[in-house]
Ligand binder design. Structure first.
Ligand code: WQD
Length: 332
């Protein structure tokens, strides 16, 4: 396996994964439309690993440009991170999400098919599990029922497209990686979650509160049936997540493989606030508000399948993520 095309490679998870791919000797091209990221992240990657991916500023919705890229380059595998991911925005603008996430992936898969690229690793999400009777989620569970937002629906539709592609082509190989809640950043502090848009997720909001860009954190409910009443999630350090992608490459085979990438441990919002405060050495201003529509009380991964079949499990903790977040914040 040599040459990998990373879509969305200037984004948060894509950029961290590129570092691990370079560390494992792969050659990398990056495709990104820079809608929610900056090209300067490539300079930082080069500073960290001493190598720079070849960059192509292309939007997956631009079929002609995408097709030309595949025509002029021979890729062994595609790692597909590109997509819009603001849950709240997806509720307001569903078509934008279906066009970009699903439409863009259709274009990508058409080009792969046309040029004989039969391997893809897809950045999916625990959101595809929708409503479940229990908090601990494993890969045997039904997906696509009770998904509360178009963003999650697009991830589910793309998973189904990949399954159908594998059914129609015996040489097609896909690994679907269902992320839980990525947090933290590279210990160098040079790269981190730096979205152009207004963040939805807890950690980027905590980071903006700590920088004074947002007055205080709204804790969306403290009346959940959880130990301290606040929502519980499975926060996975993005460097562990990136390493999971390298492990997935080595396991690829014809057909579909599906893995949860999570720590298997639940952490509450109040525990995240406390962990951030001990890393930053200062209080984080917050207020308690009502629950956010669509939020579930508790979600965390059953990580056993990835450990058994990929030989991968998380090694870093929430405290490591907070420490690395502080290195990033201090570098800004
Ligand atoms: C985490 C916890 C909130 C913000 C979503 C997507 C999922 C994945 C991760 C991409 C919850 C609470 C949050 C705030 C808060 N994204 N919270 N105040 O909802 O678990 O998952 O992001 O793949 O697909 O669905 O993540 O970070 O939004 O929320 O109290 O300002 O923090 O209620 O308990 P979530 P989140």
């Amino acid at each position: 396996m040599g040459r990998i095309l990373v879509t969305g490679g200037t984004g948060y998870i894509g950029s961290h994964t590129i570092i691990e791919l370079f560390n494992n000797g792969y050659e990398i091209d990056v495709l990104d439309n820079l809608f929610n990221s900056k090209e300067t992240v490539l300079d930082k990657i080069e500073k960290i690993v001493g190598k720079r991916p070849i960059f192509h500023k292309i939007d997956l919705c631009d079929y002609d440009k995408l097709e030309k890229l595949f025509k002029n380059n021979q890729y062994d595998l595609v790692m597909h991170f590109a997509g819009l991911k603001a849950v709240g925005e997806s509720v307001e603008k569903p078509l934008k999400y279906y066009e970009n996430n699903v439409g863009g992936t259709v274009n990508l898969l058409k080009c792969m098919q046309k040029y004989g690229v039969n391997k893809i690793i897809f950045s999916s999400s625990a959101t595809v599990y929708g409503e479940q009777p229990i908090a601990k989620l494993d890969e045997t569970m039904q997906t696509g029922v009770g998904i509360t937002n178009p963003y999650g629906e697009t991830k589910h539709v793309i998973e189904e497209m990949l399954k159908d592609m594998a059914d129609s082509n015996s040489e097609f190989e896909a690994v679907i990686l269902r992320y839980f809640n990525p947090v933290g950043n590279h210990p160098s502090g040079l790269i981190g979650e730096d979205p152009n848009d207004i963040p939805n997720n807890l950690m980027p909001i905590i980071m903006k509160v700590s920088r004074g860009e947002i007055k205080e954190l709204s804790v969306y409910g403290d009346d959940y049936p959880t130990p301290d009443g606040s929502g519980v999630r499975d926060y996975i350090h993005v460097v562990d997540l990136a390493k999971g992608h390298v492990a997935a490459i080595k396991a690829m085979e014809p057909g579909i493989l599906i893995y949860n990438l999570g720590s298997g441990k639940g952490t509450s919002v109040f525990e995240m606030i406390k962990a951030f405060e001990s890393a930053s050495g200062k209080k984080l201003p917050y207020k308690i508000t009502g629950r956010r529509a669509g939020d579930l009380p508790e979600i965390y991964a059953d990580p056993r399948k990835a450990e058994k079949e990929l030989g991968w499990k998380t090694e870093l903790t929430v405290e490591d993520a907070m420490r690395d977040t502080m290195s990033y914040l201090n570098s800004l």
